[in-house]
Design a protein around this ligand. Structure first.
Ligand code: ARG
Length: 588
């Protein structure tokens, strides 16, 4: 289905052609003076320049044609050559009714036939999920949902950090505590135990202790490093232990992510890419891309047009160990073989910008991915505390995700617990739903690349540009619809009617932009645009609600039209919050 702007552009094009104005200037946009008109076209000014004539004359000629079209309630030419347009109530209502019938709010499935991988999460195995992983999860989940809505075959991959020194640290610490376990017996050929020698809470204690010790105990650090290398070379005992660590950590991570309403299709990690490395490096050599620099093997990625210097990409370190970039490149080899994606989107801290720039360039240069594959880096900023520094707990430690979520839920519960419509149990359940909306909206409403300040009080407020405000608006609409359904007969599958008031028209105009906004947010990887949009809807709904007798409307036809409009408003809001990754509350 065409967007409302496209439809207006079609009308403008026809009018320009009839008036003898080159059609390339027939472009409308939403008016930045809503007090004067709803849409505007500035094309007559540019056209006049190229035709060496007066703009107002051209605008008037076009307007003469447009004024005859019933699509417009108003078409005027204004000095020096603007064309101001407003839609007729009938055309607007007809457009909304068509959208309401269409699949996915009349979006045009821009991703149909395409496969996209969203690489987000990036949690490190055996370390607790902390605040640094929060944004990747929230933003990535939303991008994945936007992609699915717009018709992509989309695959979300958690891409665990599971191949680093933390593994060696845990293995070495376990070896010290239980040296007689079969994992550590040289030449052992029997079965390894099915049960792990540790639980998730053991792991949570082992890792920080081992990590701290490695900073002061050089022998232990060297042993952990050696254990990491031994694991990476495929020692069977170490690998069996590694598999336990992964299994236990992943079970715990799944629980944590699931509390955030974040779900991955693939639970792969850095370790899965390792087997592709030798062939990949051979291919780099065969292509003559790899050369030695300061003891390491590197690939040049600088381009003459670079404004800033891009250093060569490090592929093999002097000690022979593979690197972060090597692993990411090998992961692309694997993804190409298994999924041949049209797009790979990385949702990672923006400080890794240079890393991805290098990886993308090598991937294209070495032919790991075809030239036309879109490799995109969606880098996000830091979540800061009130002091403008990265968010910490009150005692200055790293905040664990589950504690942060619990804090928010408690704060929401305090706010709603006195609502008499809710039992204590209901209030607790709703607090979780509202808390998640508060957290996610608080994050997603900021442009991803910007840092933002985490402020519980602000995020959970029921007023202003917040998740709870949006949910409150949804709760209110649902309650009207419930009451309307109780008064039988009044609401049978009615259509949206031509707006009867300015407030109603404003709401309808906002809703008419749904397909355009949803597609634009997807193209630009910009969940914040969806947030802006639903905030606009919520405000337009509020004004309409305050100025209109909806349930008390005596004219049944009119009332049915209002109900149809609210049903559609609810649908747009629900689809958008689903793409943002949170749900509506029932009561609040
Ligand atoms: N595990 C990494 C970290 O914690 C993030 C991984 C991001 N994704 C990737 N493909 N490199 O920094």
């Amino acid at each position: 289905m065409k967007t409302i702007i496209e439809l207006i552009n079609d009308k403008l094009t026809a009018a320009f052609e009839e008036a003898g104005i080159p059609a390339q200037y027939a472009r409308a946009s939403v008016s930045n003076r809503p007090d004067l008109c709803e849409f505007q076209c500035n094309g007559a000014m540019a056209a006049a320049k190229s035709l060496h004539t007066a703009p107002l004359g051209l605008a008037e000629k076009a307007v003469e044609v447009l004024a005859k079209d019933e699509t417009f309630a108003k078409a005027e030419a204004v000095k020096p050559g603007f064309i101001n347009l407003s839609l007729s109530q009938e055309a607007l209502a007809a457009y909304l009714n068509e959208t309401a019938q269409a699949e996915k709010l009349g979006t045009s499935a821009i991703g149909r036939g395409k496969t996209a991988i969203i690489d987000y999460g990036g949690a490190n195995v055996a370390k607790p999920l902390h605040i640094g992983h929060l944004r990747a999860a929230i933003i990535g989940e939303s991008v994945k949902r936007m992609y699915a809505y717009n018709g992509y075959d989309v695959i979300g991959d958690v891409h665990l950090g599971d191949w680093g020194l933390q593994m060696g640290l845990i293995i070495e610490a376990t070896k010290e505590a239980h040296p007689d376990l079969p994992y550590f017996i040289e030449g052992y050929t029997g079965e390894y135990p099915a049960e792990a020698p540790f639980t998730i809470s053991d792991l949570e204690a082992i890792y920080p202790a081992a990590s701290a010790r490695s900073k002061t105990d050089a022998d232990f650090a060297a042993a952990a490093h050696a254990a990491t290398v031994k694991l990476q070379q495929g020692d069977p005992g170490y690998y069996a232990l590694f598999s336990h660590i992964i299994r236990i950590s992943v079970a715990d991570l799944k629980k944590n992510y699931s509390n955030l309403n974040v779900h991955f299709d693939l639970w792969k990690g850095e370790s899965d890419a390792q087997k592709y490395i030798p062939d990949m490096i051979q291919s780099f050599k065969d292509q003559g891309l790899l050369y030695e620099s300061e003891g390491a093997m590197v690939i040049d990625v600088a381009e003459p047009t670079d404004a800033k210097e891009i250093p060569p990409c490090l592929i093999v370190k002097s000690d022979g160990a593979s690197l972060y970039a090597t692993t990411d490149l090998a992961t692309l080899v694997e993804r190409e073989q298994l999924y041949a994606p049209d797009e790979v989107i990385y949702v990672v801290d923006k400080r890794q910008d240079m890393h991805f720039k290098q990886v993308f360039r090598v991937a294209k240069k070495a032919g790991i991915v075809p030239e036309e594959t879109r490799l995109a880096f969606l880098g996000f900023g830091t979540m800061n505390g009130e002091d403008g520094k990265p968010f910490k707990t009150r005692d200055g430690g790293v905040m664990r995700l589950e504690h942060l979520i619990a804090d928010i839920n408690d704060a929401v519960y305090e706010r709603i617990k006195d609502n008499e419509e809710l039992t204590e149990e209901e209030a607790k359940a709703q607090a979780k739903v509202i808390g998640l909306a508060a957290l996610k909206y608080g994050d997603l409403s900021n442009q991803a690349s910007k840092d933002y300040v985490f402020n519980v009080e602000k995020f959970i407020s029921f007023e202003g540009n917040t998740g709870p405000y949006i949910l409150y608006c949804i709760v209110r609409i649902k309650s009207i619809l419930r009451k309307a359904a109780e008064t039988a007969g009044a609401t049978a599958a009615a259509a949206i009617r031509p707006a009867a008031s300015p407030a109603e028209k404003t709401l309808q105009l906002v809703l008419a932009r749904a397909n355009e906004v949803i597609e634009g947010a997807c193209r630009e990887l910009a969940p914040h645009r969806l947030c802006q949009y639903i905030y606009e809807i919520a405000n337009a709904f509020s004004s309409f609600y305050h100025e209109t007798r909806i349930l008390a409307e005596p004219d049944e036809t009119k009332k049915a039209g209002y109900i149809a409009l609210l049903q559609f408003t609810l649908k747009v809001l629900n689809d958008c919050i689903d793409m943002l990754g949170f749900e509506a509350a029932d009561k609040m």
